[in-house]
Design a protein around this ligand. Structure first.
Ligand code: NAD
Length: 510
């Protein structure tokens, strides 16, 4: 282990660690007098206390980023590429350290945490190709002796506000393309699991990123509002729940910023009668309960068409007792705890609510899961869920999978298309023609055909429709590059002085 990783491990094994901001290339202790607890969800014990930034502290980070931008934007593309290759190597070498931090503060099992880091690394790898990504276009002789070309330039200081459920990967979706494009960055991570962003900061410094290019301010609404209102922040990326995404989009755009705000989800997986039921059941259990259902792309609602329903319920029910719930650090565990006690209790309350609304509780997660102080909840399966129930309408964000039964494919598609969310959706079938029709007519941003969690690879872009995204551009991939740059078109003439004359007419191209 290196110095950076040791430092974090020591903190974790001792007393409650103080988690500071990271401004201008160093840790900066907060002075606002406000802070929040960080827990190890597997034990329920407090492991850290994170400083909450004041308006002035956010401003200090922005000023550091503004100063750094002056020189960072002049760094050549070849140097930026070289640096991104180093960043890639360092994050790869420390992927286990990052994953351990995720498990210790978020609760997800270590194998899942490693998967998170690996998917984030793919975004960093994509950014190693930044010279190709920033290429403009050139039209020679657009008019006689006139050439026209386009270039893409960074905005300046940009910010990211991120959720608790992917404390390393979602920030990578933002800082990597933002910095590769020549911007400087201020990150406001989730206050529930903030340490991954501090390790990120240290690794970026070790890779040679100049001080001030990447900054971290922790906190709650005070810090978020300070970011949204800061006149020197040009663009904001947000990922989190729908009500806050809408607020961030409205407040940020009102302040003149470019904003992309990704919100919550209710992802449906349609299972047609001709589907391979065993495969669909494996997929439903993996996608419904992986990361304890705390994924924005988790399958939370199965739509079973026709006679698929009974077989599917039976096949899932068979698998559920085998799901091993436990401390994410234990290699045998397949599902860890939820992130906080409050969240666990809220998710558990939906089981009772579902039963009261008329859903059939096939498996009750309140009756399983390890004892002790951790925030555990076992897996729950609710059958006969109908669209007017809260367990159907709300994003539960926990290990509660619902099944709704419909008669036809058309009814299933209507359910998805009428849902206010439009993040991910999947269909399980053996019929290529139906799958193709589904991809054509379904209203969601990310579609899986026999793939339950269709998170796009790093060279496409990630984003939902409807209440799952506010803004025009999706994150990472080509749209991420577009988001973090602005276009400029240059019209240029190097005239022959011999042909120069006064002409007051409107410039024409022919
Ligand atoms: P959240 O909305 O509670 O928090 C997200 C961020 O907003 C955090 O940094 C938090 O500090 C801040 N925040 C919270 N309350 C705020 C307020 N009142 N004013 C200003 N800022 C505030 O989300 P979460 O619970 O951390 O994450 C889970 C949610 O994120 C789920 O809804 C999930 O679907 C969504 N999510 C969406 C995607 C996606 O790509 N669409 C990806 C991951 C998570």
């Amino acid at each position: 282990m290196t110095e950076v990783a040791d430092q974090f491990t020591e903190e974790r094994s001792g007393e409650v660690a103080r988690i500071t901001h990271w401004i201008d290339g160093r840790r900066v202790e907060g002075t606002s007098g406000r802070s929040g607890p960080v827990y190890n969800p597997a034990t329920g014990e407090q492991s850290g206390e994170v400083d909450f930034a004041s308006v002035d502290e956010v401003d200090a980070a922005v000023q550091a980023a503004r100063r750094a931008f002056e020189s960072w934007r002049t760094v050549s593309l070849s140097r930026r590429t070289e640096l991104f290759f180093r960043i890639r190597e360092l994050f790869h070498d420390h992927s286990e350290d990052l994953a351990r931090l995720l498990t210790l503060e978020h609760g997800k099992v270590l194998s899942d945490a490693k998967g998170e880091v690996a998917r984030g690394l793919e975004v960093i790898e994509f950014c190693c190709g930044v010279p190709e990504l920033l290429k403009g276009s050139y039209s020679e002789q657009a008019s006689t002796g006139i050439d026209v070309y386009s270039i893409r330039q960074p905005h300046g200081v940009v910010a990211g506000i991120t959720p608790f459920n992917f404390p390393a990967m979602v920030p990578m979706w933002m800082w990597a393309p933002a910095i590769a494009c020549g911007n400087t960055f201020v990150l406001k991570p989730s206050e529930k699991d903030p340490s991954a962003s501090m390790l990120t900061a240290e690794l970026l410094k070790e890779a040679g990123l100049p001080d001030g290019v990447f900054n971290v301010v922790h906190g709650d609404k005070v810090a978020v509002d300070a970011v949204l209102e800061h006149p020197e922040i040009a663009a904001v990326s947000f990922v989190g729940s729908t009500p806050i995404a809408r607020y961030v989009y409205e407040t940020g755009t009102k302040a003149g910023k470019r904003v992309q705000a990704l919100g919550g989800a209710k992802n449906h997986m349609i299972v047609l009668p001709d589907a391979d039921i065993e495969m669909a059941a494996d997929a439903a259990v993996s996608a419904g309960y992986g990361s304890a259902g705390e994924r924005c792309m988790a399958v939370s609602m199965l739509v079973a068409v026709g006679h698929a329903a009974d077989d599917l319920v039976g096949a899932i029910q068979e698998r559920l007792p085998k799901v091993k719930v436990g401390d994410g650090m234990n290699p045998d565990s397949e599902m860890g705890p939820l992130v906080t006690r409050e969240h666990r209790d809220k998710v558990a309350s939906y089981i009772e609510k579902g039963a009261a609304e008329g859903a059939k509780v096939v498996t009750d997660g309140r009756e399983t899961g390890p004892d002790g102080g951790g925030f555990f909840l076992g897996v729950t399966l609710l059958d006969e869920v109908t669209p007017e129930m809260d367990v159907y309408k709300d994003e539960i964000f926990g290990p509660v999978l619902g099944i709704t039964r419909v008669g036809t494919y058309e009814e299933a598609v209507r359910l998805v298309n009428e849902n206010p969310y439009g993040n991910g959706v999947a269909i399980f079938t053996r019929d290529g023609g139906v799958a193709r029709q589904f991809q054509f007519e379904v209203n969601a941003g990310m579609v899986g055909v026999n793939v339950p969690i269709p998170v796009p690879v790093a060279y496409y872009s990630f984003g939902g429709w409807k209440n799952s995204l506010f803004g025009d551009l999706h994150v990472y991939g080509p749209e991420g590059i577009q988001f973090y740059t602005q276009g400029k078109v240059v019209t240029s003439r190097w005239p022959d002085p011999a042909t120069s004359k006064v002409d007051l007419g409107f410039p024409q191209t022919r």
